[in-house]
Ligand binder design. Structure first.
Ligand code: HAM
Length: 416
């Protein structure tokens, strides 16, 4: 036996039955995004490594531990995107989209890559819906984004979610908080994991991202960032919450929700599912008002979120439903040709048809149609070819009638 080559650890195939669910979700996602004025933007799967180092942030776990980075044949350092936000910002600057009259509202669905420890709900290739809006300072847009996410989850009948919100302050007020946090973390240093000990120096905020239980417990005793916000950030946060109340969105303020990426300013939020285990965040997002400027673009503020589609799909209730289709069972070469010409015509009329080319007995073909859940079977033998009238069997009622080409189409149209 030859050696089999398995899929790479942390990746998985999306098989046809599952892919159908993905398509349903993607249709709904696109519909909702467009309702809120977002347009699709597609950027490359890999970018210059520097883009994520600078954007996602040098002290984030993603950049330190999780990037798929490689050197290409010309010696450039490239990275498979671990997230989408820096790519959108790069594209806006490069294509000068900010000079156009259209609102800077973008969405994208596609794969992201992170070299994290694979487990249920955490993969090395996973998919995100990413939504970003630029040049809107008003906290009303922060609330509108949360409302949009909530709308999408409702349309998909996702129950059992909780919305967590916070503010991580800005460049002006965060240093005061970081200083206080560092001094407290310094005192607890010995009890922290080696990774967090490093974070005490590099960026103590990142201690909140640690998954080690002991570190999580210690982090609970640290001061809250919300107690250190400047006037502007406090007002922004209060107004964000007021707008959420206005929309009737239930939420919980979670002062330790600092999110694992370095770029956030002011608002951060997550929507978690009570039905998922350790990897419970379906949606994560927030404001990142400084990224565009730091990438050499204009001083344009931004906010967005990303939704993990694997996690979303695991909580969307799906009803088993097969689209109606016609199976063609034939006997002999002439009948096969008649069948081929009939399905050609029917498919052009929008009827899903299946004709299999392996020679099989009529009984086997009927068995296949039954097993596959065909709505109708078209039976073609020598007699049918000669008369140009075919046996159409309704698989639900068992009724079988002789029909012409036109009549077949009429019956199917009437039923669908
Ligand atoms: P994030 O929190 O890193 O944010 O990811 C967003 C969502 O992607 C998570 O809540 C989760 O559902 C999903 N996700 C993340 N990592 C994995 C994984 N390894 N396997 C499966 N699903 C995963 C961002 O990516 C930011 N770019 C969000 C954002 C957009 N902020 C502003 N704009």
């Amino acid at each position: 036996m030859k050696k089999q080559i398995p899929a790479v650890k942390g990746t998985k195939d999306i098989l046809p039955g599952e892919a159908k669910k993905w398509q349903c979700v993607e249709v709904m996602v696109k519909y909702i995004c467009e309702l809120y004025g977002y347009k699709e933007i597609r950027t490359p799967v890999f970018e210059a490594t520097e883009l994520f180092e600078k954007g996602t942030g040098e002290t984030s776990d993603i950049v330190i531990k999780e990037m798929y980075t490689f050197v290409d044949k010309a010696g450039r350092s490239l990275t498979l995107r671990p997230e989408y936000t820096p790519s959108v910002v790069r594209s806006i600057i490069e294509n000068r989209l900010y000079l156009k009259p259209e609102p800077l509202r973008f969405y994208y669905i596609g794969p992201m890559f992170r070299y994290d420890k694979p487990q249920k709900g955490r993969y090395r290739q996973f998919h995100q819906l990413d939504v970003e809006v630029f040049n809107e300072e008003d906290p009303a847009v922060d609330a509108e984004l949360v409302e949009m996410a909530d709308h999408l989850l409702q349309e998909l009948h996702v129950a059992g979610t909780e919305t967590l919100v916070n503010s991580v302050g800005c460049k002006k007020c965060r240093p005061f908080y970081t200083k206080e946090l560092r001094s407290q973390a310094e005192r607890a240093r010995e009890a922290l994991c080696p990774d967090c000990r490093r974070k005490v120096i590099t960026n103590p905020l990142r201690i909140f991202d640690c998954k080690v239980e002991a570190c999580r417990e210690i982090a609970q005793t640290f001061p809250k960032i919300t107690d250190y916000l400047c006037q502007e950030c406090r007002e922004h946060f209060n107004r964000f919450c007021e707008h959420l109340d206005f929309f009737g969105i239930k939420y919980r303020i979670e002062p330790r929700l600092v999110r694992g990426l370095d770029y956030y300013t002011k608002t951060t939020f997550e929507i978690i599912s009570t039905k998922l285990g350790a990897q419970d965040a379906i949606i994560g997002g927030g404001r990142y008002d400084d990224m565009m400027k730091e990438f050499g673009g204009p001083d344009i503020c931004a906010i967005g979120f990303a939704m993990g589609l694997e996690r979303l799909l695991s909580v969307v209730p799906f009803k088993k439903k097969r689209e109606p289709f016609l199976y063609v069972a034939y006997l002999g070469e002439e009948a096969k040709r008649a069948g081929m010409s009939l399905v050609r015509l029917l498919r052009r009329e929008g009827v899903e048809c299946l004709l299999e080319y392996r020679d099989k007995s009529l009984k086997t073909q009927m068995g296949r149609a039954n097993k596959l859940g065909a709505s109708w079977v078209l039976i073609i033998g020598e007699e049918e070819v000669r008369k140009e009238r075919y046996q159409l069997k309704n698989m639900a009622t068992g009724q079988q009638e002789e029909k012409s080409r036109e009549e077949i189409l009429g019956v199917i149209r009437k039923a669908s």
